[in-house]
Design a protein around this ligand. Structure first.
Ligand code: GLN
Length: 527
């Protein structure tokens, strides 16, 4: 038999149900691999010390003859911006370095009630802001296919864990591509559901009108099962839609209907040659093996998507992150640090002639806010807060934020028009394969442009997934993006499943190097 860590979550559930494997055996194997490889990969920020005990409890319940779902006892990894009451939820930020939530996120509660065992919390860009996992306070996660490369962000740790066999599947969150980009860069499947398909309660908010939680897995079948477990209405999240959850696992295994699949010529032109080839090859599989009719479609406003996203997302973030004031949550600068920071700040402001600001520093509360927020947040988070505050400020609201909302409408309308002609759209996730760590950190704009093909789905609220569709000459994985109309997850996953029946990109494994090559720095490195 293949080793446990190579098995899909689906296969593991069957073995658990038949009693040929115990949750303890499975969980122990994944914990051992985490122990062995996490130092070099940086996939997990926190490993659950209770995981093995929780696995044993599931085994005991099953042995006692309790009626449990087959997947009870399958382990899972969770992005560290999903609240868990028994483990820290850091958002990879100094601000929440020691924060433990008093409650579980709805998705976490649902997984626990189905008997899943949480292996730990995975690395991400600080507060999910980034495309490379490099803004993490704990240092970046590393791409298992080439450790000097980024795994993509922000759900980098969740993608690395699945790609390296440190977890059979995981949850991530996607505000502008954060599930799909790491899935593409690491060679796994990642799905951003329709806005409102999955409850956001207990997901630490970045941009509330864009955020969605979704699965990362190797196979479409696993992703379908995980979506089935987490989707559905929640009285605690009023944006979560009251629509029945399809039996995704069953639906996707049915024969494909005759499909019209759209592709956008301008998107293909913008790609590096190897990526272009892989996407074209994937389109060929869709046409020849899956019998789809390919049609050219236009998304005329897509070129404004990045600009629109980088107004709306930071605006919402600046408001959402106002709660980290040193009083309600997490990090608080200590008094001496506050005073030292204050002195420096007062000098700087006086030199700049900003006397009103110097006066404000007289307030102990303002001093605490300033010191806490300057020290607790990293550079990128501060940049977003400033961008958002600016876009929302009285003189600029109409010019930036309101205008961005209008363009968002046009982008959404483009998709609605396209889906009159085709059932779904296939295309790239990113214009290149995984880039080198450090390559884009000095140039935020180049990092933002990585999101060119992914932010559209978030702005429109539609579901989109990334699935493995090839490798570069250097052996780096590439992803194909499928975008569909609202609530078309079943169709997207069905196409992905049938694509995987005809291809083998999703069953190749990277060669890992063992740990201790670097120390995963819990004290942070990027302030
Ligand atoms: N890369 C995008 C950003 O930096 C998207 C992040 C995400 O989806 N959480 O905002």
């Amino acid at each position: 038999m293949a080793p446990i860590w190579k098995a899909s979550a689906w296969e593991l559930s069957q073995q658990l149900a038949q009693g040929t494997l115990s949750s303890e055996e499975i969980t122990r194997e994944f914990l051992q691999r985490i122990e062995q490889y996490n130092d070099s990969l940086g996939a997990f920020i926190h490993v659950n010390p209770q995981a093995l005990e929780q696995a044993r409890q599931v085994d005991q319940r099953r042995r006692r003859g309790e009626e449990l779902p087959p997947w009870a006892g399958v382990p899972i990894a969770l992005k560290d911006n999903l609240c868990t009451s028994d483990q820290p939820t850091t958002c990879a930020s100094r601000m929440l370095q020691d924060y433990i939530s008093p409650f579980d996120a709805t998705v976490v509660k649902r997984l626990r009630s189905q008997g899943l065992v949480v292996l730990g919390k995975t690395n991400l860009d600080e507060f999910a802001m980034g495309s490379s996992n490099e803004t993490s306070f704990f240092g970046p996660a590393r791409n298992p296919w080439a450790e000097d490369r980024s795994p993509g962000g922000s759900s980098g740790g969740s993608a690395v864990a699945v790609a390296s066999g440190l977890a059979p599947w995981s949850l991530g969150s996607d505000t502008g591509g954060s599930i799909r980009l790491p899935a593409a860069f690491c060679g796994v499947l990642g799905l951003k559901p329709t806005y409102g398909r999955v409850s956001r309660w207990g997901l630490v908010a970045f941009a509330s009108s864009l955020d969605q939680i979704g699965p990362l897995a190797r196979s479409a079948l696993d992703a379908a099962l995980l979506l089935e477990l987490i989707a559905g209405p929640d009285e605690r999240d009023s944006t979560c839609v009251n629509q029945p959850v399809p039996r995704y696992c069953q639906v996707i295994q049915q024969p494909l209907p005759k499909l019209r699949i759209g592709w956008v010529p301008e998107q293909l032109e913008a790609l590096e040659p190897e990526v272009q080839q892989a996407v074209q090859q994937a389109l060929k599989v869709l046409r020849q093996q899956l019998g789809a009719e390919l049609r050219e479609v236009r998304l005329p406003h897509a070129r404004f998507a990045v600009a629109t996203y980088y107004i709306i997302a930071p605006s919402e973030a600046s408001s959402n992150l106002a709660r980290y004031d040193g009083i309600h949550f997490g990090y608080r600068a200590n008094e001496q640090e506050v005073l030292a920071a204050l002195r420096q700040e007062a000098q700087r402001l006086a030199q700049a002639g900003d006397h009103q600001a110097v006066q404000e520093l007289d307030s102990p509360l303002v001093r605490l806010y300033r010191a806490t927020r300057s020290q607790g947040f990293g550079t990128e988070v501060k940049r977003r807060i400033m961008l958002g505050t600016y876009a929302l400020s009285a003189g600029y609201y109409d010019q930036y934020y309101l205008k961005a909302l209008k363009v968002r409408r046009l982008i959404r309308q483009d998709y609605l028009d396209a889906f009159e002609q085709v059932d779904l759209i296939a295309g790239p996730v990113a214009s290149s394969a995984a880039f080198a760590l450090g390559e884009k950190t000095q140039d935020p704009l180049s990092m933002y442009l990585v999101d060119l093909f992914t932010v559209g789905a978030n702005l429109a609220g539609i579901p989109a997934l990334s699935l493995p569709c090839g490798f570069t000459g250097e052996g780096l994985p590439l992803g194909l993006q499928l975008q569909g109309p609202l609530f078309s997850e079943a169709l997207l996953l069905q196409v992905a499943h049938h694509f995987q029946l005809h291809t083998d990109y999703h069953i190749r494994w990277p060669q890992l190097t063992e740990g201790n090559q670097r120390t995963h720095d819990r004290n942070g490195c990027q302030q």
